[in-house]
Design a protein around this ligand. Structure first.
Ligand code: HEM
Length: 525
C-alpha cells in the first residue's frame, strides 16, 4: 500500500508541462536565495533575538507599545539583540554600557543613518539629521556648524539675557491665554503650548516671533506636523515597500517634495536679504556669517545659490527637530505634575519661596534643586524620544563580543536605558527625589552625576545639538508656569502617566484648568 502511494506521488511530481517546470524553477530559486541569505546573514543571525518572519520580520510583534517591548526583549535576550524590521536587519542596544561602547568608543562607526528614501527626501537630501558622512560628504562640517552656533547662542552673555527674555515673554503669553480659555471649563492646552514653543524656536532661528494668527507661522506649524508624519511612516514603507500595495497610506505620507520647497525657504530668504555680519543674535544669521566667512575681504557679498541651499537646510533641521520635541516634553511636565500633586505642591513651594514676585532667570537654576530633579525625572520617566532616530553602521564593528556588519540598522532604546532595573531603583515609579542628594555640609542638592545617566538627547557623534536650549526652555517655562499660575487636573478626565506611542511618546490625554495668580493678573492688565 505504502509503495503504491509513494509511486503515485512520484508520478504526480514529475513536471509534465512548461507551467510545472516554471513553478519548480521558482521554488528551487527561492530555496537557493534563502540558503544564500542565511550564509550572508550568518553573523547577524548569531546574535540573540526572536525568530524573524518572512516579509514582515519582527515588526508586527512589537505591539502597541514597542518601547516597552524593546525593554522586555532586552530582559530576555540581553542588552544587544537582533530584530528584523520588515526586510531590514537591525540591532537593538538597550543598556548604558553598550550604548556608551557604541556611541562614544566607536562614535564614527555608529554614526550612519539607514539609507531610507523618505530620509533622502528631506531638505532635498541636504538634511544633517537624516544623512551621514557617506551620503552627504560635508556632513561633519554642517553638523559642527549647528552644534557651534547653538552652543554660542545658548552660552554667550549677549544672547543669554535675550533668550531668557524671549522665553519668559512667550510663556507669559501662553499662560495668559490658557487662563483665558480655561476660565469656564477644563481645556486641552496642547495647541497653545505648541504655538508658544514654536514661536520660541522661530525667535531663536530668525530673531523674531510671530503673532499666533500669522499666515506664515501657521503654514510652518502645519508643515512641521506633515513632516512628522513623513518621518514616522516613511521608514515603515522603506522597510516593507510592498505594504503600499495593501494599505491606503495616509495622504501625508508622500508630500516630501512640497515639504522641501516650503520649510527650507520659510523665512530664511528674509533673513539672508537683511543679513548683517555682526548679528549673532539669532542662529540663522550666526550660521550665515560662518558659511560666508570663507570669502576673502574684497569679494562680492552676494550669497550663492548653493550657500542659500545649505543655510536653508541647516535652518530646517533646527526648526524641524526643535518644535514637537520641546512642546511634547513640556506636555509631559504638566501631565506628570498633575498626576503627582505632592510633587506639584513641593515644586510650587520651592519656586515661590525662592523667587518672591519676580520672573525666573537662568541663574535661579543653582537655587532650585527640586526643579532640576523634577525635570530630570520627567525626561527619564517619560523618555519622549523612546529610541533615537535609527543609526546604521558605517563599517563592520565588534560590540559586546558580537560582530555587526557594515550597513546594519541600529536602534538605541533610550527608554530601555532609562528604565533598566539594573541601574534604577523602581524604574516604573515617578520619583524626583532620586535625583536629590546631600553635600558635605548636609545641604540637599541636585545629584548632577546621577542625572548624567539619563539618556534623553542621545550621546556621541549624533548627540542632539538642541539639548542646552531645551533644558533652558524647560527650566524657564516650568518655573514660570508654577510661579504665576495655579494648575489643576480635570476631575472628569483624570490624568494618566501612560504614554501613547509615536515617533515621540506623548501623554494619552491632557485636560487642565489654569488660573493666573492675582499678582500676575494685575501685572497683566
Ligand atoms: C526636549 C527636547 C528635545 C529632545 C528630547 C531631543 C532629542 C533628540 C534625540 C534623541 C535626537 C537623536 C539623536 C540620535 O539619533 O542619536 C535628536 C537629534 C537632533 N536634535 Fe534634538 N531634541 C530636543 C530638542 C531639540 C532642539 C530644540 C533642537 C534645535 C536645535 C534639536 C535639534 C536636533 C538636531 C539637529 C538633531 C539631529 C542630530 C544628528 O542627526 O546628528 N533638538 N534630538
Amino acid at each position: 500500500m505504502l509503495v503504491q502511494i509513494l509511486t503515485a506521488t512520484f508520478w504526480t511530481l514529475i513536471p509534465n508541462s512548461f507551467g510545472d517546470l516554471l513553478i519548480y524553477a521558482i521554488l528551487v530559486l527561492t530555496i537557493v536565495i534563502y540558503v544564500k541569505s542565511l550564509k550572508r546573514d550568518k553573523e547577524w543571525l548569531a546574535l540573540p533575538g526572536p525568530i524573524p518572519w518572512p516579509l514582515v520580520g519582527n515588526a508586527p510583534f512589537l505591539g502597541a507599545e514597542p518601547h516597552k517591548k524593546l525593554l522586555e526583549l532586552s530582559l530576555k535576550y540581553g542588552p544587544v539583540y537582533r530584530l528584523k524590521m520588515g526586510g531590514i536587519k537591525t540591532v537593538v542596544l538597550c543598556n548604558a554600557e553598550v550604548v556608551r561602547s557604541a556611541l562614544i568608543k566607536q562614535r564614527e562607526a555608529f554614526s550612519g543613518r539607514p539609507k531610507f528614501s523618505s530620509y533622502k527626501a528631506v531638505s532635498a537630501g541636504e538634511s544633517v539629521v537624516f544623512n551621514d558622512e557617506e551620503t552627504l560628504p560635508p556632513w561633519r562640517s554642517h553638523k559642527s556648524k549647528i552644534v557651534r552656533h547653538m552652543h554660542k547662542y545658548t552660552t554667550s552673555i549677549r544672547t543669554r539675557d535675550k533668550v531668557t527674555d524671549l522665553i519668559n515673554t512667550e510663556c507669559m503669553m501662553m499662560v495668559t491665554e490658557l487662563d483665558r480659555i480655561s476660565r469656564s471649563k477644563c481645556v486641552n492646552p496642547e495647541n497653545v503650548i505648541r504655538m508658544a514653543l514654536a514661536n520660541v524656536m522661530c525667535a531663536v532661528c530668525f530673531g523674531n516671533r510671530f503673532e499666533y494668527d500669522n499666515e506664515e507661522f501657521q503654514k510652518l506649524l502645519s508643515m512641521n506636523t506633515e513632516f512628522g508624519a513623513v518621518i514616522e511612516l516613511g521608514p515603515i514603507i522603506d522597510a516593507m515597500p510592498w505594504i503600499k500595495y495593501f494599505i491606503m497610506p495616509r495622504p501625508c505620507v508622500f508630500p516630501s517634495q512640497r515639504l522641501n520647497e516650503v520649510i527650507p525657504k520659510f523665512k530664511v530668504d528674509g533673513v539672508l536679504k537683511t543679513f548683517d555680519n555682526d548679528d549673532v543674535t539669532n542662529v540663522v544669521a550666526s550660521m550665515t556669517s560662518e558659511v560666508l566667512e570663507k570669502k576673502s575681504a574684497g569679494e562680492s557679498r552676494e550669497i550663492t545659490e548653493s550657500e542659500t541651499k545649505t543655510i536653508a537646510a541647516l535652518s530646517a533641521d533646527i526648526l524641524g527637530a526643535g518644535q514637537h520635541t520641546t512642546s511634547t516634553t513640556f506636555f509631559w511636565v504638566i501631565n506628570l505634575l498633575l498626576c503627582f500633586p505632592k510633587v506639584l505642591n513641593k515644586l510650587t513651594e520651592e519656586v515661590r519661596s525662592k523667587l518672591g514676585n519676580r520672573l525666573p532667570t537662568l541663574e535661579d537654576r543653582t537655587s532650585l534643586s527640586y526643579m532640576d530633579a523634577v525635570l530630570t525625572e520627567v525626561l527619564r520617566f517619560s523618555s519622549p524620544l523612546s529610541s533615537t532616530i535609527p543609526h546604521s553602521t558605517l563599517k563592520d564593528v565588534k560590540l559586546a563580543g558580537h560582530t555587526i556588519k557594515r550597513g546594519t540598522m541600529v536602534i538605541i532604546s533610550q527608554y530601555a536605558v532609562n528604565h533598566d532595573p539594573q541601574n534604577w531603583k523602581n524604574p516604573e515609579n515617578f520619583d524626583p527625589e532620586r535625583f536629590l542628594t546631600k553635600n558635605e555640609g548636609g545641604e540637599i542638592i541636585f545629584n548632577e552625576s546621577l542625572s548624567e545617566k539619563v539618556l534623553a538627547f542621545s550621546i556621541g557623534e549624533r548627540k542632539c545639538p538642541g539639548s542646552q536650549l531645551s533644558r533652558m526652555l524647560l527650566f524657564l517655562a516650568t518655573t514660570l508656569l508654577v510661579q504665576v499660575s495655579d494648575l489643576s487636573a480635570d476631575l472628569e478626565r483624570p490624568p494618566t502617566a501612560a504614554a501613547e506611542y509615536g515617533l515621540i511618546l506623548r501623554p494619552k490625554h491632557l485636560s487642565i484648568k489654569l488660573t493666573l495668580r492675582e499678582h500676575w493678573q494685575r501685572r497683566d492688565s
